[in-house]
Write a protein that binds this ligand. Structure first.
Ligand SMILES: Nc1ncnc2c1ncn2[C@@H]1O[C@H](COP(=O)(O)OP(=O)(O)OP(=O)(O)O)[C@@H](O)[C@H]1O
Ligand SMILES: Cc1ncc(CO)c(N)n1
Length: 276
């Protein structure tokens, strides 16, 4: 049977991040994509030029319409923008017996524009993180969620534990922003204490717009197909590695990754190593 996934996220008119990245990723992985839009952004590879949120009631109605009609195997959230929208999403998911949920706690776009209001962080922690199967912050987002600075490997564990204390079942701290020139390493922690590091070669490119959205969408797609969380994360790392490695050279700023690359390149993908 065809797997169905739902993305609850913002629109990126530039097509590299947000709902567009999610749907392209679902499509490449043979998963039927459905969506609930939280905000429209006027955006390209150079930056965000405007944010136009959707009314919370409109977000609720989209989620309900999808969940009433489809058997959704997994859900992801991306840009949620306001506390009102976060509360509406949490209520809708709770009322519908929430499917496995991947939360990408999107806060700031590459160019520095805010995609989550400061006051919405409390709502995210209180209402949505408790429902999460997996939370996928980059390091700056983990610092906000854990309310601490992260400098050392010991800090990763402390930050992860603070995020897991919200009730989330697992967290992966993404190292895309680290200054390690050789490897792109992400750190996975589960609430029961199991952890691993997942590592691939770092690709030297400026075209990394939407990497976080694409990675979390690939995890969501694989979960919707019945893969375990660990297998979903491992294969999503292959997906993002392929997508970054075959950049499309579009736009004048941070260009998008290539959502068509995975099925063509996965056999030759640079090694993705899990260190338990
Ligand atoms: N240059 C790179 N080479 C290889 N992998 C990378 C590179 N940059 C990021 N990644 C990987 O891409 C995934 C997404 O991580 P990243 O930290 O870039 O997310 P993000 O900051 O949330 O992205 P976004 O820009 O969409 O907000 C992670 O698995 C990370 O390790
Ligand atoms: C709509 C949207 N969602 C997420 C991101 C983060 O990459 C972005 N730049 N735009």
């Amino acid at each position: 049977m065809t797997s169905v996934a739902l993305t609850i996220a913002g629109s990126d008119s530039g097509g590299g991040a947000g709902i567009q990245a999610d749907l392209k990723t679902f499509q490449e992985l043979g998963v039927f994509g459905t969506s609930a839009l939280t905000a429209v952004t006027a955006q390209n590879t150079l930056g965000v030029h405007g944010v136009y949120p959707i009314e919370a009631a409109g977000v609720t109605a989209q989620i309900q319409a999808v969940l009433d009609d489809f058997s959704v195997g997994a859900v992801k959230t991306g840009m949620l923008f306001s506390a009102d929208i976060i509360e509406a999403v949490a209520v809708s998911l709770r009322n519908n017996g929430c499917p496995p949920l991947v939360i990408d706690p999107v806060m700031i776009a590459k160019g520095g524009a805010s995609l989550l209001k400061d006051e919405a962080v409390t709502a995210l922690k209180a209402h949505l993180l408790p429902l999460a199967t997996l939370v996928t912050p980059n390091i700056p987002e983990a610092e906000v969620l854990a309310d601490m600075t992260i400098q050392s490997t010991a800090d990763y564990e402390e930050a992860a534990n603070r995020i897991l204390s919200s009730g989330a079942k697992a967290v992966i701290l993404k190292g895309g922003h680290s200054n390690d020139a050789q490897f792109a390493e992400d750190f996975f922690f589960r609430a029961d204490g199991y952890s691993f590091t997942i590592k691939s070669e770092r690709i030297a490119t400026k075209d990394t717009h939407g990497t976080g959205c694409t990675f979390s969408a690939a995890i969501t797609a694989f979960i919707s197909q019945g893969k375990s969380l660990q297998e979903a994360v491992r294969e999503a790392k292959v997906f993002i590695q392929a997508a970054i490695s075959d950049g499309l050279q579009l736009g004048g700023g941070h260009g998008p990754t290539n959502h068509w690359a995975y099925n063509r390149l996965k056999q030759d993908a640079k090694e993705v190593v899990i260190i338990e």
